[in-house]
Structures are given as structure tokens and as C-alpha cells.
Design a protein around this ligand. Sequence first.
Ligand code: ZN
Length: 497
Amino acid sequence: MSTNKVLLKNGTVLLHGASDQVESSRVDVLIVGGNISKLGKDIEVPRDAEIIDCSHKIISPGFIDTHHHGWQTQLKGRHGNELLLEYLITGNYQHAQYTVEDVFYGQLAGMLEALSAGTTTVVDHAHITVSPDHPKLGIAATASSGVRAVYCYAAMDRLKSFNPLMLHENALEDWVMQTFSELADAAPFGNGRVSLGFAWDLWFIAPELIKNAFEKVREKNIRLITTHGTNFFSVLQFAKKFGVMDSRLLVSHGGDFSKEDGKLLREAGAHISATPSTELQMAMGRPLCFDAAFLDPDASVRRSAVQDRASLGIDCHSNNAGSIVSEARLGLQNARNHFNEYNIKQGKGHDLPYSLSVEAAFNLATIKGAQAAKMEKEIGKIAEGYKADLAIFDALSPSMIGAAQHDPVAAIILHSSPADIDMVVVDGIIRKRNGKLLPVNVDATAKEIVGKETLEWHEIAQKILRSREVIQRKTEDVDVQAGVESVRKIWHISENF
Ligand SMILES: [Zn+2]
């Protein structure tokens, strides 16, 4: 079998310099197998290489999404006017309504939305461990999609009933960590693209159980552990108590992150994932990805600057679009708003600092994401020896024209949409071409459920329509308000939320 070779010619390539500044350069990119083999002017065309003319194209590193619940596709559109507690009922706990087939198609479609938006790596906080088979199909879908991912297997609260809302007494039944061990032994999946991580939010169960679970995680050499930060307590203090406050840790959100938390995070070499759309909508605090959002006197007392440890995530594509560029834009403009207001109140003239530049936003979506996913030696930038994970923009589209030629980074961060992404490459393989997703090869684990070898997007869309209808019908029987009150009691959440 001949090795995959692709030569991208005449593109404007976004390269990261030594201090992370981004420079655009007219160089060719040679991809051999899954890697960027060579960058340079007029690279000689190797035998068997496919040549792709990238004139009037911007070649960007693929984007990195460090917090996503990929299974939730069937729930899209529900949360338009919801806050966090309602979302917990109509989103989070909907895992109880999902069959393994629902998980497969939900996850697959979620990953394809991400790919179509130029995301090439996803850290999935996969809280869909309803049975031993649910995560297996979640992984199979992730592998089938073609995206690179860390599938963070979640040991999680499972719902026993909706009306009244009740959780299973024993979240950690034997099969939960047994299935984790099996999957850890079988990983990686999808020709090495999908590795196994671990997701944990069960900080209030018996300490012995927590210790045993993390012991298993250490035994299996898991290099990424993710957990939801909250407004209600400091997850970092729990992580410290249970011996996982180290460089493996990736905290989503951050909630009421204190200065002490910031110090702990930095000393440990841990990272955070900010998800501007859900955080701004659902009263989860200001996104921690831009320090300048915390300049006003009240907030700066409680907050610590952690932009250097930050990255970006989608969180729920059931709530907002699955585009990391959109999240970078929203986070940036929100932080600029706080910064500008603060300075105007102080009565002083000001310029936007570098930390609020389009380049800083672009870096959160690329190299900072790679650091948070603990993969900075492999992904996040275009460099020889790095993975060939690319998002290629059309510089002549109605949105990009003019901006792309003047400042490609500003064009991506402020002007682009997924429709401007002409091509997406992951691991050297083209997954989107001429603006359209290509068919996917179904992973072996899902062949029985799918009943065929490949799937085109329109077939996946049909499956989502049917699966969504069934889940929606089941949801109509759920008393959301009673559920919210139960969650308040279970989690000791005040009336203010
Ligand atoms: Zn989340």
C-alpha cells in the first residue's frame, strides 16, 4: 500500500514563531502519511502525490476544542432560553433517554459538525456512560468521524427516574471502572487518532471510592483527566485532596475561580477550558480565557489571571454552534467590552493589550488548545514533524474577501464562518473538500448497528431526525420544573441560581 502523499501548493500558510506570534508565509506544505513532512518554497512534487492548488486559500492549523459533550446532537435547539439548572434536566440528564444507537449517531453528527467548522481535535467529556455499551459506541462514532480526539470516559451520576428525579444510589457499580479498564487496554482507537482520557465529577461520593478510581486511572497511564469547574465549590481543592492536582488535569469553566485556585492550577501545570457561549448564557461566570475581562475592582479581588493556562471549548453543541472560531470571537469581544468599560470608568485613554488581540484569540484556538489537551508536541501548529491537521479557508469568499488579504488571522477570528472552510485535513486525510463533508468509514464496533461500511452526511441526518423525534417525545413527559427543584436539593444550590 502506498503512503498517502499530498502537496498543498501556493497557499498562505499561518506559521507560529518562537514566541507564538503568527506569521503568514507563501510556502508549500508536503503531507506524507499523517504528518507534515516538509514546508518550503517550490517543493519538488514527489511521485504518487496528490497536488492541491491552494492559491487564494489560507492554510491554518486545525482548531482544538478542549471541552465538548459530543453525544448531544439530538437535543439541539432546546436550550435557547435556558439557564444551567434547566439545562441539567433537558440536556445533561437526557443520557437516560439514549439508546446505544442514539449515542452513535448523536456523537457522529456532533463530531462532524466540529470537523466541518475546522476543528481537528476534540477533548470529549463523554458523560454518556449509561451502560458498558454506550461508551463503546461513543468511541466508535468518534473514530468513524475522522476527528482526532481524547475520549474522556466519564464515571458519572446516572439517572434512575425523571419523575421524580432520582439518581442511582451507586454511581460506581463494578462495571463502570471495569469497562474503563477494558477500554484503556484496547486504546487507542481509529488508527491511533482517538485516545482514552478520564472525566470525573463525583467529588462527593465516599473518599475510598474516589481513591480507588484514580488509582485505576494512574495504573492505565491516562494522561488527561477532565472535570467540570463549578460556581458552587472549588474542584481544584478536591483534586488536590485526591492526588490528581497535576499536569494531567483539565478543568472546564472555572466558575468562581479564586486566586488560590489560579495559583494551584499554575503550580500543577494544569489547564482550563473556557466555553464562552454556555458560560455567558448560563450564569457560569466570565470566561476565564481572557484576563482583561476581570479588570473591574470587584471581580479582580476574586479572580486570578489564568489566560496563559486557558483554551477554548464548545461544551454543548445542543446549546450553541460547534465552531471554536465562534467561541474565540465571542470570548474576545466580551472581554474587550469589560476592558473598555473599565478604562472608560477610570477616565483614561487606552489601547487594547496584546492579550486581547485577534492573535491571542487565534492562539487559544490552536497552540493553547494543544497544550490543554497535553498534545503540544504533535498538534496546534503547522510545523515539520507535526500532525497534518489543517483547516483551509477560501480567501475569496463573500465574508473573507479583503480581510483575508489584509490580515489572515483577523479574517479568521472576526470574519469567517464554517462555510468559508473549503477543506479540513486530519492525520493527513481529507475529511471536508470543496466545502462538503466526505463520507465516513464506519468503525468495526458500530458495523452491526449501522449495517454498512460507509455513511454519507445525508444518511446520518436522516438517522438524527428519527432519533431526535423519539427522544423529544420521551422528554415531553418530563416535569422540568420539578426536576430543577430536585437538582437544587441534591446539589445544595441556592435560589440565586
Ligand atoms: Zn460541560
